[in-house]
Unconditional design. Structure first.
Length: 120
């Protein structure tokens, strides 16, 4: 792989177009399992679009829920969530496989966007 950043592809486009709000019935977003997320992140790091879609489905309830609590405006929350998943796609090859918690790594990406005051 060259030193150039990866460009968003169909998987990233799918994530951008399918951002969903949390369940309308008020259920708390489910927590995902790090072991499965680690496997998916490894595959995403290799450019696997299906793994990215599965990682998105697995993690978006928790990630979006976190963003929504910190960014009350729905449009801004959607924009931050989109940007976070584009960063996940681009940064997955650098995911530290040994000992890193996928949840911590993903929440770190969210935190960087929130600290920057990302609004779209």
């Amino acid at each position: 792989m060259s030193g150039e950043p990866r460009r968003p592809t169909q998987a990233a486009d799918a994530a951008r177009s399918t951002l969903l709000p949390p369940p309308a019935d008020g259920r708390v977003a489910r927590r995902f399992h790090d072991d499965h997320a680690r496997t998916l992140l490894d595959r995403v790091g290799e450019g696997d679009h299906d793994a990215f879609a599965e990682l998105y489905d697995l993690t978006v309830p928790e990630i979006y829920g976190l963003i929504r609590r910190m960014v009350p405006d729905e449009r801004q929350s959607d924009a931050v969530t989109t940007a976070v998943y584009l960063d996940i796609w681009a940064a997955a090859p650098a995911f530290p496989r040994a000992g890193a918690s996928p949840r911590s790594w993903l929440v770190g990406i969210v935190g960087r966007h929130l600290v920057r005051g990302h609004s779209g």
